[in-house]
Design a binder for this molecule. Structure first.
Ligand code: XMP
Length: 513
């Protein structure tokens, strides 16, 4: 197995993801936990040092133990990981006084071709993604340069005698298009056979759940989305009827959603399911609330109250299970001292009150959406269910900018259903990551028949994405957009204008709030 030492980069999980794609088993451990004893026990076959926000100049800056360099296994240092290697092995790092470099850069070969870069430079140069303040100014003894860029002369370095590699850019992100090849070469050098699979991941996850939960009871919040469904089925395989699912209808669901989800779970699985209709509670608390973060936190808190109530009703569940994914974690948590800021409080992470009376089971916390789908497939969930577009925990609340009213929700539900129907009819559903309507807090003037209308404007959003972290708007044809707008205005009373959102993420986010 491979060890990833985490120095707090926002994209450490992407390293793990690239390795899982290459069928290599790896674990991420924060650098604080990686001690001599830990290393001896873990016995990694290779080690990767992640990037991180720190500077090696700061007292107490994150470092691995010296003994990692004596294990005799290949090491790959990325960005901050490169600097730490150079710093500890006798090279020199310089502070980046205003020379920080962020974004696209191009690396060209230098010196001989090495195995780490097999398949690189086929077209002369490689695009990479840089994100660093400090930089290495003098190599540690034994290291040579094998790739260089105008602003990062030491972009790729290695000590071939020890199989130590250090790169200044981030090969794990999409903006380093050939980054996966670099990882592939690295694991080949380290001698991995690449035979680890999602089936193996499932078995490990089941083992881990059993170990964590013991003979305690668990309740699982089921939203009807792919994530919580996969989590529920996985946990049920692990602990059987120690699990009860709670499907909370917060009054912010899509058209017919509650029936569909309840039917699907009762028909296909024997998992005990409580259908909690709490729409009055949620909509009451949201009355007059228009701030997005207040909405999210209000909903998050009420979810917990409802779960607490049902935890008691099933005879004392001590664990709450959630289908939290890695992008939820990274976008909700600010690492101390790190550059990562809170963009949104995802209801299943940031909105949790400090003193929740239950412990969390989050078996998907390390996974990305498409990996969750692969796991769902492994667990035998119906394909139609696995392929569903994601739906956020706070539901329609965050697709209704401004104050939420029952009337607006009604309009939104109907319009959303027409939009999705259009997408299905045109055979586009599976090409799109997520599509939905948002009802805008403005009314506009229109003319229908001979009369004046003064109704809501509606925004349509459809995006493509691999993992929800970045997204592009979907390029519908004008015919499709025109036809859909006409259908919505004809079929949904209360809407007289439809616009299409053509913002990518970043700078936008997928949801409007
Ligand atoms: P954003 O809007 O942050 O959304 O670009 C990225 C993905 O996450 C979904 N999303 C959520 N999922 N709880 C969830 O379970 C939430 O609070 C939440 N907020 C956004 C969103 O639908 C998109 O797929």
């Amino acid at each position: 197995r491979l060890l990833i030492v985490d120095f707090g980069s926002q994209v450490t999980q992407l390293i793990a993801r690239r390795l899982r794609e290459l069928n290599v088993y790896c674990e991420i451990h924060p650098y604080q936990n990686v001690t001599d004893a830990f290393l001896a026990d873990f016995a990694p076959k290779a080690v990767i040092f992640s990037g991180g926000p720190a500077s090696v100049f700061v007292d107490g800056s994150p470092k691995p133990p010296e003994s990692v360099f004596d294990l005799g296994v290949p090491i790959l240092g990325i960005c901050y990981g490169q600097q730490v290697m150079m710093h500890m092995l006798g090279g020199k790092v310089e502070r980046g006084h205003g020379t920080a470099e962020f974004g696209r850069a191009y690396v060209t070969p230098s010196g001989e071709r090495i195995d780490l870069l097999n398949g690189w430079f086929l077209e002369g140069r490689e695009q990479v993604w840089m994100s660093h303040g400090d930089h290495v100014s003098k190599l540690a003894p034994g290291f040579e340069v094998y790739g260089t860029s105008p602003n990062a002369p030491l972009a790729v370095t290695a000590d071939l005698s020890r199989n130590f590699f250090a790169v200044q850019f981030h090969p794990e992100v999409h903006h380093t298009p050939n980054g996966k090849t670099l990882y592939e070469n690295f694991i080949k050098i380290a001698g991995f056979s690449g035979d680890w699979t999602m089936a193996a991941y499932k078995d490990q996850a089941i083992e881990a759940i059993r170990k964590q939960v013991g003979d305690q009871k668990v309740i699982c919040g089921l939203s009807g989305g792919v994530d919580s469904s996969v989590a529920a089925v996985l946990i049920h395989e692990a602990i059987g009827d120690q699990l009860t699912c709670v499907f909370v209808d917060h009054g912010l669901l899509r058209l017919n959603e509650a029936q569909e989800v309840v039917t699907m779970f009762r028909d296909n699985y024997n998992i005990p399911l409580i259908h909690a209709d709490e729409s009055d509670l949620f909509l009451g608390a949201l009355e007059g609330v228009s701030d997005p973060e207040v909405k999210r936190k209000t909903i998050g808190k009420l979810f917990i109250d409802v779960f607490d109530k049902h935890a008691k009703s099933v005879g004392g569940a001590t664990f709450l299970a959630q289908g939290t994914l890695y992008p939820d974690v990274i976008e909700s948590v600010s690492f101390s001292g790190g550059p990562s800021v809170t963009i949104k409080s995802h209801h299943n992470v940031g909105g949790l009150p400090e003193k929740m009376g239950m412990k969390l089971v989050e078996p998907l916390r390390e996974l990305f959406k498409d990996e969750v789908r692969a796991l769902g497939h492994e667990l035998g969930l119906p394909a139609s269910f696995i392929g569903r577009h994601p739906f956020p925990g706070p539901g329609l609340a965050i697709r209704c900018p401004g104050e939420i009213t029952r009337d607006k929700l009604e309009i939104l539900r109907k319009a959303d259903a027409v939009f999705i129907d259009q997408i299905r009819k045109h055979g586009l559903y599976d090409e799109i990551w997520q599509a939905f309507a948002a009802i805008l807090p403005v009314r506009t003037v229109g003319v229908m028949g001979d009369g004046r209308t003064y109704d809501f404007a509606l925004a349509l959003r459809a995006v493509t994405s691999v993992d929800g972290m970045t997204a592009d708007y979907y390029p519908f044809t004008h015919d499709f957009l025109g036809e859909t707008a006409t259908r919505i205005i004809n079929e949904v009373q209360g809407v007289n204008r439809v616009v299409y959102d053509v913002t990518s993420k970043p700078p936008g986010t997928i949801e409007w709030e």
